[in-house]
Design a protein around this ligand. Structure first.
Ligand code: ASP
Ligand code: MG
Length: 403
């Protein structure tokens, strides 16, 4: 059996028109000979009646709702969506079975609101596929070993899709969304930004973490472990979107891509915190942040100084904690993190030099930087974010595929 998993996000199942567009992708896959497992998110976005945020807002003003109960509430969004979507498929003549996460065999740990998948028992799905049915699975949920319903954390439907892809050895996992694929930069900022045909798991993870909110990083990690290809594509187009795989994107438009970097990502609303002084207690600072659930990003440590970034909204709490430890932290708000992402940059000299030059020409100061084998991050003042993204996009010649 050749299996594909097709996941439709909230906007892809929000209206009768988008549900029809979604159904046509499923029909295409079936006519191409695939058995199809469909994963759906809750319908629509905040404000739409059955979206996850809308369901959660029913709890506004109440007190003491246990996480366990919030999970029961949130899981309704995907359940509603799956049943409505199955209705569309059935009225188009297909045999369909709807399964909740638990019925689909998704076993999680017991961490309500942010559960991890620990096992998938796909017998039920496979039996229905063998009967020629389309199986529609509610995204974002599972059950622990005792049968307690759990949710996988916000954005978790992507994780359902890739985890099922792995469990079923799917040929590909399609993530249908409202963008047509992965772009070289945010097209609202860079008008020459173009869509990429192929990226690696690592590259997309770096972009996803950066605010290109097309796919949840955890979903990518799961697919990566078993090398299951993902396609990020638009519900409203036949285009195959961007293929995400293990190997570097060697071929684009049939030509070898001769460039060291392929994407520029950005995150606004970052705060930089600096603590100076001989022998700053680095481990105590980071242990404290971790203990209080503050996620720390770009970190630079020298014998005289520790600098790191946090999300703007937690900066005050972080500063207060450092004050309590007896430090005199300095805070710089409204920074932005801009990154150059590309597996092709590994071992290539001069990438950092190019970044520094491009930014210097625009008189943009680099406040801090960090790098991994696929990404270089620079921190700049927030007022320079747009100019920095544009300058780097230009400098790395991302507007045109290079031959
Ligand atoms: N509906 C859930 C959320 O809004 C899960 C998802 O859409 O991936 O977070
Ligand atoms: Mg999502």
């Amino acid at each position: 059996m050749r299996i594909v998993v097709q996941k439709f996000g909230g906007t892809s199942v929000a209206t009768p028109e988008s549900r029809l567009a979604a159904a046509s992708h499923i029909e295409r896959a079936r006519s191409d000979g695939y058995s199809v497992v469909v994963v759906v998110s809750a319908m629509g976005r905040r404000g739409d009646p059955y979206a996850t945020d809308s369901l959660l807002s029913l709890l506004d003003g109440t007190d003491g709702v246990a996480k366990r109960e919030a999970d029961l509430l949130m899981a309704c969004g995907e359940t509603i969506s799956a049943v409505v979507f199955a209705g569309v498929l059935r009225s188009r003549g297909h045999a369909v079975t709807v399964l909740t996460g638990a019925q689909a065999g998704i076993v999680t740990n017991g961490e309500f609101g942010n559960a991890r998948i620990v096992d998938i028992r796909p017998d039920h799905i496979l039996a229905k596929l063998n009967e020629g049915q389309i199986v529609v699975v509610t995204g974002f949920q599972g059950a622990d070993e005792t049968g307690e319903l759990t949710t996988l954390g916000r954005g978790g439907s992507d994780t359902t899709a890739t985890a099922l892809g792995v469990a079923l050895s799917a040929e590909v996992v399609d993530i249908f969304t409202d963008v047509s694929g992965i772009m070289t930069a945010d097209p609202r900022i860079v008008k020459e930004a173009r869509q990429l045909e192929q990226v690696t798991y690592n590259e997309i993870c770096n972009l996803a973490y950066q605010g290109a909110k097309v796919i949840h990083p955890r979903a990518v990690e799961i697919a990566m472990q078993r090398n299951i290809p993902i396609r990020v594509r638009s519900t409203h187009s036949e285009d195959l979107g961007t293929l995400v795989t293990q190997s570097a994107h060697q071929l684009e438009h049939g030509a070898l891509v001769n460039q060291n970097a392929w994407g520029i990502a950005h995150t606004a609303n970052v705060a930089q915190i600096r603590v100076e002084g001989e022998g700053v207690g680095t481990s105590s600072i980071f242990a404290l942040m971790a203990e209080r659930g503050i996620s720390v990003d770009l970190i630079s440590v020298t014998p005289q100084q520790v600098a790191f970034t946090v999300a703007d909204e937690v900066a005050d709490v972080a500063i207060r904690l450092l004050d309590e430890l007896g430090y005199q932290p300095q805070l710089r708000r409204n920074c932005a993190k801009v990154s150059v992402v590309g597996a092709g940059m590994t071992g290539v000299p001069g990438v950092m030099a190019r970044i520094v030059t491009a930014l210097a020409q625009e008189k943009i100061e680099i406040l801090q930087s960090a790098d991994s084998h696929t990404t270089i991050w620079v921190l700049v003042d927030g007022s320079h974010m747009v100019a920095a993204v544009r300058a780097l996009h230009r400098s790395f010649c991302l507007a045109a595929a290079m031959v």
